[in-house]
Design a protein around this ligand. Structure first.
Ligand code: NAP
Length: 277
């Protein structure tokens, strides 16, 4: 990608995307800033990218401006950068604002930046933390007013973060739970498998390694064979064997229902976050 990208916020998710962007681009194209300046300075030193002194400087430095702050503070930060963004656009500079905030619609971002007018492009990205090691699942949504070259630019910045797909914005809140939140659910599953392993005599380290490698391999089987997970599960369950006994216990304790309810609760929360004004 030609041009530059700025990240406002270097926390868990912003940090993961900064690492990915510095792999995909020349780190000197990447500019970062944070409320806690030392955090951004340390990360810039580690990655060889540029540390900016303020959010306004980050807006000046980036053709693409990734907003990586919590949804609750997004409105305030957008209002802070609005005048400088407006000024840049009036001078004919091309600026694309990219929000990664859970729940917030592009319409909300545009409303907060209403002084910027139609020249401003807004793109929404939903990443997950495995993006830090290039194994993320990311969705990119943009309205029809955003020219393809700018959506492609965003995808190029994220190219080393994992699998990147375009998605209609009306499905972003659902995607946010199934991909953005669910690493936490999966870590809980890995931890629980390992706890069971420790209870039956494995060391903690053995149990964690075996559980994590198995979850990774099982996920790869779903993606690479294209087979339904039910069929893959059936293939592991031999008649009167130990796997089907475990499957029955998971069903008895509402495993599947618990996962479905977790996704529904997360979705509802995302919709509520979107009502933040
Ligand atoms: N975490 C995830 O797995 C995940 C997944 C998908 C999407 N997201 C989205 O990613 C966004 C960031 O979440 P996160 O988990 O990375 O949060 P986080 O770890 O708290 O990071 C937010 C960062 O923004 C900084 N910040 C706060 N106010 C600022 C300001 N006024 N100007 C500049 N920087 C400011 C914070 O600094 P201080 O720490 O000094 O306050 C912090 O470093 C959220 O909108 C969230 O919805 C997160």
């Amino acid at each position: 990608m030609t041009g530059t990208v700025s990240f406002i916020g270097t926390g868990n998710m912003g940090g993961a995307l900064i690492h990915a962007a510095c792999r995909a681009l020349d780190p000197r194209q990447v500019h970062i800033t944070d409320f806690f300046a030392d955090k951004a300075a340390d990360m810039a030193n580690e990655l060889g990218c540029c540390c900016e002194a303020s959010n306004k400087d980050a807006v000046l430095a980036g053709d693409y401006i990734f907003m990586c702050v919590k949804p609750q503070v997004m409105g305030g930060v957008l209002k802070e950068i609005e005048p400088i963004l407006k000024d840049c656009l009036e001078k004919g500079q091309k600026k694309t604002v990219v929000s990664i905030a859970a729940g917030l619609q592009t319409e909300y971002i545009k409303e907060q930046l209403s002084q910027c007018g139609d020249a401003l492009r807004v793109v929404r990205v939903m990443p997950n933390t495995p993006a830090a090691i290039g194994k993320g699942m990311l969705a990119v949504a943009a309205g029809p007013e955003v020219e393809d070259e700018y959506v492609t630019g965003v995808c190029e910045i994220l190219a080393d973060a994992g699998r990147v797909e375009r998605l209609s914005e009306h499905l972003m809140d659902q995607f946010t739970v199934v991909s953005g939140c669910s690493p936490a659910f999966v870590y809980m599953f890995i931890e629980a498998l390992a706890d069971g392993g420790v209870m039956t005599g494995l060391s903690r380290q053995q149990a964690l390694t075996y559980a994590a490698q198995t979850v990774m391999g099982s996920a790869a089987m779903v993606l690479e064979t294209g087979k339904h997970p039910g069929e893959l599960k059936d293939n592991v369950c031999s008649p009167a064997g130990s796997t089907i006994v475990g499957v029955a216990e998971l069903e008895k304790h509402g495993f599947r229902s618990a996962a479905i309810e977790a996704v529904k609760a997360g979705y509802k929360k995302n919709v509520d976050l979107g009502k933040v004004k």
